[in-house]
Ligand binder design. Sequence first.
Ligand code: C2E
Ligand code: MG
Ligand code: MG
Ligand code: MG
Length: 287
Amino acid sequence: HADAALNEAKKKGRNKYYFYSEALHRQIVQKMMVESELQNALLNQQFILFFQPQMRSSDQKLIGVEALVRWAHPEKGVIPPGGFIAIAEESGLIRDIGQWVLQTACCQMKRWQENGGPKIPISVNLSMNQFHDEDLLKNITTALDVSGLDPRYLDLEITESTMAKDIERSKNMLNEIRKMGISVSLDDFGTGYSSLSYLKNLPINRLKIDRSFVSDIDHNVRDRAIVAAIVAMAEHLWIDVLAEGIETSAQLRAVADCRCDAIQGYLYSKPVGGNDFEASFLRKGRH
Ligand code: C2E
Ligand code: MG
Ligand code: MG
Ligand code: MG
């Protein structure tokens, strides 16, 4: 009888609505909890930066370093950005987190340079909301002022989809950023939509070829053709190219055959904490 009654109830739209709203409610509560945890994380300084080297493979030289945020959660351990950036983006908290990242990355690079480290840029990822924030230029200026970092040692990584949100505004912003002496990398290149018109219209210094074109490159002729074509095109446009996500020496050889010499990936190093990065890549004689 109970089953029959339930089936009867299920047929009624009102009842369905009830089920959905309960699920939705749970989702909203869950999101609010993460949001307030993120807020706490900011207050309690639970965010940390990891660093991954960018290398020139032909001479094993360190040419840059990317700062990647982590959440050092007191119970759950170190949480990668995939676990919180989206919620931070939706809730607007990314503005504060992103500014913390930008400022901390600039300060770290300044300190490394003062301690005799190489004169290389630090790359910082800018999120969609961060890039389209009306205070963007002011925020960047603040980070540079607070850290004392020479703007030519700051590189901002922006994705195609971030630009696509408002291409005209993006162009203006990038021009301003470039005028400040900062360089710009197009991150995850190849995964967005109208790559070619971006290349034509936007003042970009470097393409970071997305890992998806690299992971199979040593046995996939299509990936190889695409990477070779990107590199050839970039050469004519005077844009640098870096291949992301190089894990094996076979992949390294394949991208090098495509004349792409700048790489980032587990082959050289996973992203590591500041002290580890210093020990492995910045000690005297290492650069
Ligand atoms: P991304 O900017 O494309 O960063 C590269 C990601 O690929 C990093 O993941 C890095 O750990 C990973 N990676 C590097 N080499 C390899 C490799 O050889 N193999 C594999 N399988 N993965 C590799 P991570 O640190 O988890 O960051 C993921 C994404 O989160 C980043 O992608 C970036 O879009 C975003 N992100 C990271 N830090 C920040 C930040 O401070 N602010 C913002 N807005 N986004 C960030
Ligand atoms: Mg990046
Ligand atoms: Mg990327
Ligand atoms: Mg990526």
